[in-house]
Write a protein that binds this ligand. Structure first.
Ligand code: SF4
Length: 181
C-alpha cells in the first residue's frame, strides 16, 4: 500500500497539541513507515503547503491574515482535514480576545504596555501578520472532515484517529476513553 501524504499545520495555538502528538513515542516509528510527512512544524522543513495531501491535522484557531491564507490553501489541497484540539475546534484560549472590541486594545496591551525594552506597535503590512477582528474556529472558515477535541487531545486519542486513516478508513471515536477529554 502506498504511503499516505500526511501533514500537520500550526495556526493560533500553543503547540501543545503537537507536543501531545510527539507523546505517541515509539508508535511514531510505526507511523513513519506508513506516511510521508509532506508538511509539519515537527516533521519537515518544507515552507509551502504542498498539493495532494491525504490527511492533515490542523492545530489552532484562525487569528490573523497568515492563518486565513494558509487554511484556505490547506483545505484546497487536502483530502481529509482534522480539526485538531480545542483551539481548532472552538477557538478556545486564543478567542479570549474576542470579548474585546477590535484589535487595537490587544496590540496596545502586548506591544506597548507589556513591551519591556523598546515598546512599539508593529507596522502593517510587515513581519507580523495583521490580526483578524475575531479568532475563529477552523470549521467557521472551511469545511472540516473530523473534530478531535481536547486541550490537548491525548496521544491515545490521536493514535485512535490515525490508525483507520492509515488504512483509508474514516475514524469512529467510540467509548468513554475516546470521547472523554
Ligand atoms: Fe494548546 Fe490546548 Fe490549544 Fe492545543 S487546544 S493548542 S494544547 S491551548
Amino acid at each position: 500500500m502506498d504511503k499516505i501524504r500526511f501533514a500537520t499545520v500550526w495556526l493560533a495555538g500553543c503547540s501543545g497539541c503537537h507536543m501531545s502528538f510527539l507523546d505517541l513515542d515509539e508508535w511514531l516509528i510505526d507511523l513513519a513507515e506508513k506516511v510521508d510527512v509532506v508538511y509539519s512544524p515537527v516533521g519537515s522543513d518544507i515552507k509551502e503547503y504542498p498539493e495532494n495531501v491525504d490527511v492533515c491535522f490542523v492545530e489552532g484557531g484562525i487569528a490573523n491574515e497568515d492563518n486565513l491564507e494558509l487554511i484556505l490553501k490547506v483545505r484546497e489541497r487536502t483530502k481529509f482535514l482534522v480539526s485538531f484540539g480545542d483551539c481548532a475546534v472552538t477557538a478556545n484560549v486564543p478567542a479570549m480576545r474576542n470579548m474585546i472590541k477590535g484589535t487595537d486594545p490587544v496590540l496596545r496591551r502586548c506591544y506597548l504596555e507589556l513591551g519591556d525594552t523598546t515598546p512599539q506597535l508593529p507596522k502593517f503590512p510587515g513581519i507580523v501578520p495583521e490580526l483578524l477582528d475575531k479568532v475563529r474556529p477552523v470549521h467557521e472558515v472551511i469545511q472540516v472532515d473530523m473534530f478531535l477535541p481536547g486541550c490537548p487531545p491525548s496521544a491515545s486519542r490521536i493514535q485512535a484517529a490515525l490508525e483507520p486513516l492509515l488504512k483509508g478508513e474514516k475514524p469512529v471515536m467510540e467509548g468513554r476513553e475516546m470521547l472523554k477529554f
